[in-house]
Design a protein around this ligand. Structure first.
Ligand code: S3P
Length: 452
């Protein structure tokens, strides 16, 4: 699953008005959880609209290695799960490629089992901190053998009987919250996660849907207390995965910045823990019409009609960051075309994503002529409406993507409206989360191509 040997540079050129309708592939967070929970539950789970990105397929392979039976029939994925508490010891090391969500949630799921599980990943994933998940697992009695600094590759061995804990999540992270809840599934008694800052709530919602005994209480200070009763029965479900709002962000911003564009994006998940980018772009003056609001798969979904707009800089409230944490790179691109300054505080978590995203975005903006400043946990961008002078004015102006799919897609979107277009050093990594990106964007009229 290594991309480092097969980098595929790509170029984006200033494009004429984007138009048409697109349907965004399934949500990455919900797709991972569909394979994990379906693989664990008793009986059959059927999934439609699953995101077939490399990250998700790696999670599917891991569940297969632990006893789940997973197959595809037509457009549907059909899983026969092992039953809660009945995962098998995998014979091989589980390789999660680029996927932080896949590896961290699976560490929670299997860590408390009285068996040995080995985890690894690609050159990006082995640099990312795993201590945030290992710390609560150690409290539950899990033995950890990890590379220096609690990094991958690592081995987990659970105790005979895991210890239920009450754990206050120290950073706003849905992955950490989820890992502890999943460990609680195979632990006797009640495991509690205390979440001071609300993050995406797919794990809570979906586990309840699979029949887990789970309750959520929000106290007077807005702190969430999530309690899960371990060793209960989970039953297979039918899941329709809604379109990924994080993937939506790319055609959405492209339509706002390419003059004359008018694009409709269908079937977008509108869960409030995920829709911070839409709120922000509306505040910037973006023309985004939310239509056809409905329920699908237990979630709110809608279609978005997006028209090219004159954007204005704003200050994004720091407490909105968890609801748009993956969208800052592409927001920074939108800000590059806005009048005035866009200030983005509260971004410390961006330092530990697929790359140090704060640094990767700032360097990418700089080489494309955007006036920006980077602090330890903030970024500010002073935009140029019309994009005059922006882009890859010299041969050397190639954005380093650092095995980060969202850096690659963000800077390709930028090139559609920047005077000189843009170049990125790799587009192959996009397949981890959005394999259809090139084709979908081309269908709207975007001029993006793999460089010769
Ligand atoms: C995710 C949680 C977020 C997000 C990631 C997906 C999830 O990570 O960045 O892309 O599905 O739980 P953190 O938990 O590290 O914030």
């Amino acid at each position: 699953m290594s991309h480092s040997t097969s980098l595929k540079p790509a170029t984006a050129r200033p494009s004429s008005a984007l138009s048409g309708s697109v349907r965004i592939p399934g949500d990455k967070s919900i797709s991972h959880r569909s394979f994990l929970f379906g693989g664990l539950a008793s009986g059959e789970t059927r999934i439609s609209g699953l995101l077939e990105g490399e990250d998700i397929l790696a999670t599917g392979e891991a569940m297969k290695a632990m006893g789940a039976v997973i197959r595809k029939s037509g457009g549907e994925w059909i899983i026969h799960g092992t039953g809660n508490g009945c995962l098998l010891e995998p014979e091989r090391e589980l390789d999660f490629g680029n996927a932080g969500t896949g590896v961290r949630l699976t560490m929670g799921l299997t860590g408390v089992y009285d068996m040995e599980t080995r985890f690894t990943g690609d050159a990006s994933l082995v640099k990312r901190p795993m201590g945030r998940v290992l710390d609560p697992l150690r409290l539950m009695g899990v033995q950890v053998g990890a590379a220096e600094g609690d990094r991958l590759p690592l081995t987990l061995r659970g105790p005979r009987t895991a210890n239920p804990i009450s754990y206050r999540v120290p950073m706003p992270s849905a992955q950490v919250k989820s890992a502890v809840l999943l460990a609680g599934l195979n632990t006797p008694g009640v495991t509690t996660v205390i979440e001071p800052v609300m993050t995406r709530d797919h794990t809570e919602k979906m586990l309840a849907g699979f029949g887990a005994e789970l309750e959520v209480e929000t106290d007077g200070d807005g702190v969430r207390h999530i309690r899960i009763e371990g060793q209960g029965r989970l039953s297979g479900q039918t899941i329709a995965v809604p379109g990924d709002p994080s993937s939506t962000a790319f055609p959405l911003v492209a339509a706002l910045i390419v003059p004359g564009s008018d694009v409709t994006i269908e079937n977008v998940l509108m869960n409030p823990t995920r829709s911070g980018l839409i709120t922000t772009l509306l505040e910037m003056g973006g023309s985004i019409e939310i239509t056809n609001e409905r329920q699908a798969g237990g979630e709110d979904v809608a279609d978005l009609r997006v028209r090219a707009s004159d954007l204005k800089g704003v200050t994004v409230p720091a407490d909105r960051a968890p609801a748009m944490i993956d969208e800052y790179p592409v927001l920074a691109v939108a800000a590059s075309f806005a009048e005035g300054e866009t200030m983005m505080p509260g971004l410390d978590e961006l330092r530990v994503k697929e790359s140090d995203r704060l640094a990767a975005v700032a360097r990418g903006l700089e080489i494309n002529g955007v006036d920006c400043s980077e602090g330890e946990d903030w970024l500010s961008v002073r935009g140029k409406p019309g994009g005059k002078g922006l882009g890859a004015a010299s041969r050397e102006a190639v954005v380093a993507t650092h095995l980060d799919h969202r850096i690659a897609m963000s800077f390709l979107v930028m090139g559609l409206a920047a005077e000189h277009g843009t170049k990125v050093d790799d587009a192959a990594i996009i397949a981890t989360s959005f394999p259809e990106f090139m084709e979908l964007m081309a269908g709207l009229g975007a001029e993006i191509e793999a460089a010769e």
